[in-house]
Design a protein around this ligand. Structure first.
Ligand code: NAP
Length: 287
């Protein structure tokens, strides 16, 4: 039986066993996917245990995504770009690092028929996810990337990083990176083709939500509106956009997408990603 883990601290909240279980079930592969509490500084001990127990690979969450890098033989392009790893494959006693976080979101966009090239993207929020997502989207031919955040300096930091990567020739120069605060979101809406909520506002269990969504009125109804939240399946943000006639996309596709991509790495074989994605996202399941 294939043995996989997800490691982190805290780890109890992790949905990874459920999501990877769904992918492996759909593939008819029997898999033991276990959550393991690994505290900061305990990676070496965990790796020794994983090697001795024939674990085939593991996903990583806080606080290990950066600390794992010195233990790895090689990392993929996205892990290098973000300076962080979320998936490790163990092969012949050696560890190889990957990052599927942002590609999960891109996969979800593609499956929803959205082509990033030459598009204007507005992201609300500038936390951990945006620091990877914005770099990836910038490198895929978007024309404009606007990051708006309550703490504007964090949005500025990500835009500066995109500009440095452009100067170093890592990210193509086509994208214009713009940062701003959240006082006047409406001003950025008319040119927007893809609007993404990357804040936890509206997330189940959070008692905070957008108090004012009037900025959606300034958005073209042709724009795609995405929320990284998957529980509830339809936040107030998405519901409001849908009522206006916009196409909407929640965070379930990103969650499932990054798991499918990680499982493809673990299994070391090409999967029919599109078929799996459609099968696993066809019902609005609450994870
Ligand atoms: P994070 O690092 O904690 O960043 C949260 C961001 O939201 C920050 O920019 C923060 O602004 C902003 N924010 C928080 N509370 C706010 C409020 N009351 N008003 C306005 N802005 C607020 O979170 P993250 O890891 O980037 O995750 C962002 C979202 O993506 C979460 O909803 C998470 O559940 C979701 N997510 C989804 C997936 C998936 O697979 N679908 C994967 C990962 C994360 P400040 O900088 O001003 O604090």
């Amino acid at each position: 039986m294939l043995k996989l883990n997800v490691i982190g601290d805290p780890i109890e909240h992790s949905k990874s066993p459920v999501v990877h279980g769904m992918v492996m079930d759909a593939l008819g592969i029997s898999c033991d996917y276990e959550k393991i509490l690994v505290r900061k500084g305990e990676l070496k001990e965990y790796i020794e245990k994983a090697l001795s127990e024939n674990v085939s690979g593991f996903n990583l969450t806080m606080p290990h995504k950066v600390d794992i890098i010195p233990f790895l033989e090689k990392i993929d392009k996205d892990a290098e770009l973000f300076g962080a790893v979320n998936t490790v494959k163990i092969k012949d006693g050696k560890l190889y690092g990957y990052n599927t976080d942002a590609r999960g979101f891109i996969l979800s966009l593609e499956q929803n028929g959205f082509d990033i090239r030459n598009k204007s993207i507005v992201i609300l929020g500038a936390g951990g996810v945006v620091s990877t997502l914005a770099l990836k989207l910038a490198g895929l031919g978007a024309a404009r990337m606007t990051i708006l955040n309550r703490t504007q300096s964090k949005a500025e930091d990500i835009c500066q990083r995109i500009k440095r990567l452009q100067n170093d020739g890592v990210v193509e120069r086509g994208v214009k990176a713009v940062s701003g605060g959240t006082e006047n979101i409406s001003a950025y809406m008319p040119e927007c083709d893809l609007l993404i909520n990357a804040t936890p506002l509206g997330m189940s269990g959070m008692d905070m939500d957008y108090t004012d969504l009037l900025f959606l009125n300034a958005l073209s109804t042709d724009a795609l509106v995405a929320d990284l939240i998957y529980n509830p399946p339809k936040t107030k943000f998405l519901s409001c956009a849908e009522k206006r006639g916009n196409k909407i996309m929640n965070g379930l596709g990103m969650l499932i997408g990054q798991a499918i991509l990680a499982d493809e790495i673990y299994l070391d074989k090409k999967l029919d990603i599109s078929e799996l994605f459609t099968k696993l996202t066809s019902n609005d399941c609450v994870i």
